[in-house]
Structures are given as structure tokens and as C-alpha cells.
Design a protein around this ligand. Structure first.
Ligand code: ADP
Length: 371
């Protein structure tokens, strides 16, 4: 097992594509860290540099104290699992799992013991003598995982390993992987474009965009305190609502307003005092509010401070909740409400917003202002 360190890593591919732009990252021994971001953000390139199959243009990679930047893949103690796990088709599960060990010259007894331990962990003992072509997708993915863990690697690298599985299996395999990683205690770097996988599986998540880390934090911290608008937008479903607002300071409160919403934020709250200090009258800001934090009630029933009134244009049913699309004066937001709320399109609803739940961003840089 090893701590993994990336120091000022840059990767330029031929043709001058800047795929990774000065990434530094420390992954503690035994941690599960996920790299998440849209397609093309540099996730796989970082993983391939850790595996040694892609060479960094600048910077250093350390496993523990050892500089492995120029160490070839076969001399790095890593195991990698891909989306296309490509098992050897004419071999049994056992033969697939022990193939790497055989190549390394490990003797038969030791191979058998390692394979059986891994099969036990992955609950595939009864499949060991089956041909891999007879297995389901989920079983094949377990074999691919087994094939990599029998080698007892220092670092485990996973590139979208669940992408080819159907939704139900994906959820199951998420839990299997987390359990497996805990049991093995192996430093793990996981790549996905799926923020739900990132949020549910990892100790920490690095959100990438255009080859740079936008934020590295524990899942809850990313959700509660996104560092900028990109992270706020990427993490959470449905995505956070963003509204262009102007600020006004009046009677010991600040107000954030646009053509539909007008939110009073008392200055004796954390957000209020931060807004008072960070903003000027008439200043333009981007207000962020999660759909779960737009509190919707029937027209005219709200006591207390109303943030706005707005028309329901679409009602989506999503299990035990409804996702409402609300629109007025070209301003569109989404809200999540309980499934038993009696509401239909065309209704006008009251919206309240607890100022404790708002986010504020600089409209030019996208940086969060209330952290
Ligand atoms: P992700 O895994 O986040 O989808 P990648 O690391 O695959 O991103 O790609 C990052 C950028 O590098 C993209 O612009 C991609 O087109 C480019 N890229 C990836 N691999 C190569 C390559 N072998 N040659 C040239 N450009 C590449």
C-alpha cells in the first residue's frame, strides 16, 4: 500500500492538446479518491499517468516516497480495471484470474490460494471453473476485478469500471467495490463522469474541468460548499438553480432580487453578513439555490417572507418526489417537492427560500463568495 502524490503534473499530447494542466494531488495510503468531471476533462489521462502507460510532460508522481515518474508500467505495483474489461475468452474464470500471477512466475499453490481468496471476497467461488463466456456482465466485471486484486497491488486504478453494466447492477457493484476496497485497504483512484458514483463511493472527490482540479473535498463538503459555479452545477441532482440577481442593502438586511425573486437575507446570519461585506448596492451576482431548497407551497398559503410567485410549467414524477419546472419572465428554475403535493402545470405557486441555503457566485469568475 502506498500514498500517491502528483506534483504539478502537466500533460500535453502531440498536436499540443493540453489534457492536464498543473494538477497536484495527495492521496493518503488506503484512501478511495474519485476523479470526476465531464468527458475530456483529463481524468483518464491522469489515471494512465499513474499506471505509467502515458508519460507526464511535466511534474512528478510518487508512490510512497518513491519517484515513479519514469518507472515503466510493469515495474509499478498497480492494477488497473477498465470499462472494457476484456477477459481472455477461451479460459475459465480461474485461468483468467491467475494469468497475471503465472506470467510473474508465481507457483501453482500460491496462485490457487490467491485466486481463492479473491474469489471469496468477490463471491464468485462457485464460478471459478466456468468459462468466462457463460457469465453475465456483472459476473464478468467481478472476474475482471478479481484478476487485478489477486496481484495484491499497491495502488488500484479503476477507469469507469461500471459503465457497461445496467443500472441495477451498477448500484450493486458500487457497494461491492466499496466493501472490497475497505477490506483490502488499498489506495484507490477511481475515474467516472457519474457524479452519483463519485459521491457515494469515495472518501474524497476531485472535480475536474479542462484539465484542472476545481475542488478536492469529501462528498458532503462538495455538496454543501462548492468552491465555484462549475462544481455547484456538476454535483447534485437535479442541478443547482442559478439566478442573476442584484443586491440591495436596506434596514439591516440585504436583498437579492431579480424580476421574479426577492430574497431578504438578515445580516445577523452567516450568509447575510458575508453578503453585506462582499457585495455592493446594485451589484450583479449569481445566486445558487438547490431544487431541494426552493420551498414550494400553494398560492396564497405562505406565512412569512415570500421569495417569489411563479408558474409551474412541467411536473415530472420521480418516485417519491416531484420535480417541478417553474417559469416566469424567462426565469426558469426547478424545485423538488413531495410526491403527494397536489399540483399541476399551469398552477402559480408561492416560493420561499431559507437564506441559510443560498450560494452566491461571482458572475465573472464563477467563484463562490460565501465560503
Ligand atoms: P476524460 O477521461 O476526462 O474524458 P481524457 O483524459 O481522455 O479525458 O482526455 C483529455 C483531453 O486529452 C481531451 O481533450 C482528449 O481529446 C485529449 N486526449 C486524450 N488522449 C489523447 C491522445 N492519445 N492523443 C491526443 N489527445 C488525447
Amino acid at each position: 500500500m502506498a500514498k500517491v502524490t502528483l506534483e504539478d503534473i502537466v500533460k500535453r499530447y502531440d498536436g499540443d492538446v493540453l489534457a492536464v494542466d498543473d494538477v497536484s494531488l495527495e492521496i493518503e495510503d488506503g484512501d478511495f479518491v474519485t476523479l470526476v468531471g465531464p468527458s475530456g476533462s483529463g481524468k483518464s489521462t491522469i489515471l494512465r499517468m499513474l499506471a505509467g502507460v502515458v508519460t507526464a510532460s511535466e511534474g512528478r508522481i510518487l508512490f510512497g516516497e518513491k519517484d515513479v515518474t519514469d518507472v515503466p508500467p510493469q515495474e509499478r505495483d498497480v492494477a488497473m480495471v477498465f470499462q472494457n474489461y476484456a477477459l481472455y475468452p477461451n479460459m475459465t474464470v480461474r485461468e483468467n484470474m491467475e494469468f497475471g500471477l503465472k506470467m510473474q512466475g508465481v507457483d501453482a499453490d500460491e496462485r490457487r490460494a490467491s485466486v481463492e481468496d479473491a474469489a471469496d471476497l468477490l463471491q464468485i467461488e462457485e464460478l471459478l471453473d466456468r468459462d468466462v463466456q457463460q457469465l453475465s456482465g456483472g459476473q464478468q466485471q467481478r472476474v475482471a476485478l478479481g484478476r487485478s486484486i489477486v496481484r495484491d497491488p499497491e495502488v488500484f486504478l479503476l477507469d469507469e469500471p461500471l459503465a457497461n453494466l445496467d443500472a441495477k447492477l451498477r448500484t450493486e457493484m458500487r457497494a461491492t467495490l466499496v466493501e472490497l476496497q475497505r477490506e483490502l485497504g488499498v489506495t484507490t483512484v477511481y475515474v467516472t463522469h457519474n457524479q452519483i458514483e463519485a459521491m457515494t463511493m469515495s472518501d474524497r472527490v476531485a472535480v475536474l474541468d479542462k484539465g484542472t482540479i476545481q475542488q478536492l473535498a469529501a462528498p458532503q463538503e462538495l455538496y454543501r460548499n462548492p468552491a465555484n459555479q462549475f462544481v455547484a452545477d456538476f454535483i447534485g441532482t437535479p442541478s443547482m438553480n442559478f439566478l442573476d440577481v442584484e443586491t440591495f442593502h436596506e434596514n439591516g438586511a440585504v436583498r437579492l432580487a431579480n424580476a421574479v425573486f426577492d430574497i431578504e437575507v438578515p445580516v445577523d446570519t452567516v450568509a447575510g453578513s458575508a453578503i453585506r461585506d462582499a457585495t455592493t448596492d446594485g451589484g450583479a451576482y449569481t445566486l445558487g439555490i438547490r431544487p431541494q431548497n426552493l420551498l414550494v407551497s400553494e398560492h396564497g398559503t405562505t406565512d412569512g417572507e415570500l421569495a417569489g410567485q411563479i408558474e409551474v410549467v412541467v411536473v415530472e414524477t420521480a418516485g417519491d418526489e416531484l420535480i417541478l419546472h417553474l417559469e416566469e419572465n424567462d426565469i426558469r428554475v426547478k424545485a423538488v417537492v413531495d410526491e403527494d403535493m397536489d399540483i399541476e402545470h399551469g398552477d402559480v405557486v408561492d416560493v420561499t427560500i431559507d437564506p441559510a441555503n443560498i450560494h452566491l457566485f461571482d458572475p465573472t469568475t464563477g467563484d463562490a463568495l460565501l465560503r
